[in-house]
Structures are given as structure tokens and as C-alpha cells.
Design a protein around this ligand. Structure first.
Ligand code: PGA
Length: 263
């Protein structure tokens, strides 16, 4: 049975002075058996967040929002995967805001993926189409190309063992208040697993968690989690609001309980 995951992407919000309190508040309001909670704050807030949630039960994982594709060197302003030891155990890769602002290509994201796995970080690989690509009927092809570009050349067994998670985040839904329809996200989750299956993953593809991301709120999370192919959410704006996170993770708890009852 696949993990149920709610990951909070705090993007460029919070400071070292306030991030710990926010993380503690969210952690205290989202304790749901069977739901993996991940908080991804800015780098400078990793330590206070890790400290704030260290004793939470069930555990709260801490993730970074990016890593560099090299291990060390003359890369001003960058952070390498091994530097996150003791601070983070997860990492978001290939977020559309980084594809847009930092020009990250699928190949570069693929290199980061290798670094994440080598450093023992659990990767959340983000994929998703632009609005004109969806309207042109090309959404599935675009996502398939993103997967091919980032994953080909990697050993499927190693990525599966690292717990690779795919986040389907249609670009037009991120931060816009315009979420995808649950049925469309579920169709994409199926397409993602088929794509993996065809690129050497075989039956392992069925075990890969697929999250939906893009304007997720406590009011619309149900639409996604009623879809059996969707295993949780990558939440941006709403992840900074404890009330919203409480609602989202409570709904994820229902899915986790239903799945464990089916076992
Ligand atoms: P949003 O962001 O929930 O604010 O749309 C999601 C994301 O970018 O991961």
C-alpha cells in the first residue's frame, strides 16, 4: 500500500525567528496516524524547524526545497545535498518555480535526483504542464517528457528504494487559486505510473506515491484524495496556515485509515 503524504512547501516565507513556532503549531494540529508529514522551509529555517518538530509523534519530516547538482565547489550561493545531513531528510526537486526562475532543465533535475539519492534524501520530483499545453491536449506528453528527462539513466530499483515521490503540479494551478479537477489529476497520476512502467520500472511503478499540488486547500483536498491513484498533496500557500494544514491532514488521515482497513 502506498504512503499517504502531505508535504508543506513554504517557498520563500518565514524567518529563523518564526519558523520553529509555526512548525510546532502545525505539527501539534496535524497528528494523524498513517500520514507522513513533511515540512519544507527555506534553507535558513531548516535547523529551527528540525528542532521544533524533533520529538513530534508521529514524526514530522523536514525537507529542503532544492539542492545543487554538484557535491562541492565554486558555486556561490548554492547548497549541496551532503550539507543537509542532520537538517533534512527529504528534498523537493524540479519545482516549476525553479524551472522558470533558475532555468532548471529536466537533465539538470535528473542530476540533482542522483545527488539526493546518494545523500539519502527522499526526493519529491515535481512535474506539470503549462496552461497552453493542457489546452492544446499535450499535458500528458509534456509530463512524460519531464519524467524521461529526469529519470532516464537512473536505476529504477535505486530510485524506488529511495522512496521517490512524484508531485503532479500543473503550472497554471500553482498559486492561482485555480486547482485542477480531481479526475484530471487522477488521470495524470495514472499516466505518470504508466510512463514509469514503460521506462524500466515495471511493476514497481504501481508503488510510487503521486501527490497533487496546485492551490490545494482544506476545502478542495477531498476532491483529490477521493481518487485512489492520488496519495496526498504538495501544499504551498495553504501550508503556512495551521487551520488549513489541520483540515488537509485530517482528510489525508481518512485516506490512510481507509487504506489500512483494506489491507
Ligand atoms: P500552491 O503551491 O499550493 O500555493 O498553489 C503549490 C506548490 O507550488 O508546491
Amino acid at each position: 500500500m502506498r504512503d499517504v503524504i502531505v508535504a508543506a512547501n513554504w517557498k520563500m516565507h518565514t524567518t529563523p525567528a518564526d519558523a520553529g513556532d509555526l512548525a510546532r503549531t502545525i505539527a501539534g494540529r496535524t497528528r494523524e496516524a498513517g500520514v507522513i508529514r513533511v515540512i519544507c522551509p527555506p534553507y535558513v529555517c531548516l535547523a529551527p524547524v528540525a528542532e521544533a518538530v524533533a520529538d513530534d509523534d508521529p514524526p514530522v519530516a523536514v525537507g529542503a526545497q532544492n539542492i545543487h547538482h554538484e557535491l562541492a565547489g565554486a558555486y556561490t550561493g548554492e547548497i549541496a545535498a551532503p550539507m543537509l545531513a542532520g537538517l533534512a531528510t527529504w528534498v523537493i526537486l524540479g519545482h516549476s518555480e525553479r524551472r522558470r526562475d533558475a532555468g532548471e532543465s529536466d537533465a539538470l533535475i535528473g542530476r540533482k535526483l542522483g545527488r539526493a539519492v546518494d545523500a539519502g534524501l527522499r526526493p519529491i520530483l515535481c512535474v506539470g504542464e503549462q496552461l497552453e499545453e493542457r489546452e492544446g491536449g499535450r499535458a500528458t506528453d509534456v509530463v512524460d517528457e519531464q519524467l524521461a528527462g529526469a529519470l532516464d539513466g537512473h536505476d529504477a530499483a535505486a530510485l524506488a528504494a529511495a522512496g521517490l515521490v512524484i508531485a503532479y503540479e500543473p503550472v497554471w494551478a500553482i498559486g492561482t487559486g485555480r486547482n485542477a479537477r480531481g479526475a484530471d489529476a487522477a488521470a495524470m497520476a495514472d499516466a505518470i505510473r504508466s510512463s514509469l512502467e514503460g521506462r524500466g520500472w515495471g511493476s514497481r511503478a504501481a508503488d510510487v506515491p503521486v501527490l497533487y499540488g496546485g492551490s490545494v486547500t482544506s476545502a478542495n483536498i477531498d476532491e483529490f484524495l477521493t481518487e485512489p491513484g492520488i496519495d496526498g498533496a504538495l501544499v504551498g500557500g495553504a501550508s503556512l496556515k495551521p487551520d488549513e494544514m489541520a483540515g488537509i491532514v485530517a482528510r489525508a488521515g481518512l485516506t490512510a485509515r481507509a487504506r489500512s482497513a483494506q489491507r
